[in-house]
Design a protein around this ligand. Structure first.
Ligand code: CP
Ligand code: NVA
Length: 308
């Protein structure tokens, strides 16, 4: 596997390899401090980022390399240079490319044309590096055997919902996704693809329009109601449809006693999550943010050494 373009491309054993190396990097961040010595990693983002950018730049530095951050408007792509030509040029200078943008097909195209590893740092559809960090936290909290537990995502049927379903399916987990019906539900094509994976791994996926389906979950995950790229004009409609899916102390009380609250961040207190929940003792959001570096470091380490 040359690239990490889509979560669905990962197998369970590849995820386990990536997480094992990330665990090493969380104990000793400098255990491979010359892996990228004298090399660069390009980080190209056409959407804002706090965590993914900082985690990526730090990961490259911990591997001994130099990150080159490129904002969306800084490349000739904006003036009509093709994605493929851009990928070929970046391949001559960098050991890897981390990219955050809108269309998944743009990331797929970069991966196809680049001779170096291309890593998806978020698209409208998928956020693979985030989910690997999240799985680190699930393993730290509940151990590596997650059998018998169910994990819930609640809120907008967006890229995070897709990625939860997909990684959960790959790992053979029991996942519940609760969203409003209609416009803000998970798109059927993602559900179908995740179900195909789950049929092979023994994963159990439940799609629901009932916020109370988080009952007895060991983790409740949520995300923003308006993602990057979503139209501001839809905001009022989203708030109306999504308010019953907010993570409040009452909703958390339906989960198991040892349940954790998860959020990829950035968060909006008083909207998708109450301040008492995200700032309370069940919240693991800072551990999730911490593992963005360990997991991206692991992905870079493996992909720049020939694959996972
Ligand atoms: N969770 C996440 O990807 O955060 P950023 O948008 O700040 O990178
Ligand atoms: N769904 C959010 C995730 C941010 C990390 C977005 O795409 O904006």
């Amino acid at each position: 596997m040359k690239d990490l373009l889509r979560t669905e491309h990962l197998s369970c054993s590849q995820v386990e390899t990536l997480l094992a190396t990330a665990r090493d990097f969380s104990k000793d961040p400098l255990s491979a401090s010359t892996a990228l010595a004298n090399r660069t990693v390009a980080i190209y983002m056409t959407k804002p980022s706090t965590r993914t950018r900082l985690a990526s730049e730090s990961a490259v530095a911990h591997l001994g390399g130099t990150p080159i951050f490129i904002r969306g408007d800084e490349l000739q792509i904006g003036r009509g240079e093709t994605i493929s030509d851009t990928a070929r040029v970046i391949s001559q200078f960098a050991a890897a490319l981390i990219v955050r943008t809108f269309k998944q097909s743009d990331v797929d195209q970069l991966g196809e044309a680049a001779s170096i590893p291309v890593i998806n740092g978020l698209t409208d559809d998928d956020h693979p590096t985030q989910l690997l960090a999240d799985w680190m936290v699930l393993n730290e909290k509940f151990g590596e055997n997650l059998t018998g537990r169910k994990f819930a995502y609640i809120g907008d049927g967006n890229n995070m919902a897709n990625t939860w379903l997909t990684l959960g399916a790959i790992m053979g987990a029991h996942i519940v996704v609760a969203t409003p019906s209609g416009k803000f539900a998970v798109k059927q094509s993602f559900i179908d693809r995740a179900n195909l994976i789950a049929a092979k791994t023994g994963g159990k996926l439940e799609i629901s329009n009932d916020p109370e389906s988080v009952k007895d979950a060991s983790a409740i995950y949520t995300d923003v109601w308006l993602s990057m790229g979503d139209s501001d004009a839809e905001k009022a409609e989203r708030v109306k449809a999504l308010t019953p899916f907010a993570v409040t102390p009452k909703l958390m009380s339906l989960a198991t006693k040892d349940a954790i609250f998860m959020h990829c961040l950035p968060a909006h207190r008083g909207a998708e999550v109450s301040a008492e929940v995200i700032d309370g003792n069940q919240s693991v959001v800072w551990q999730q943010a911490f593992h963005r570096r360990t997991t991206i470091q692991s992905i870079l380490y493996h992909l720049t050494r020939g694959g996972i």
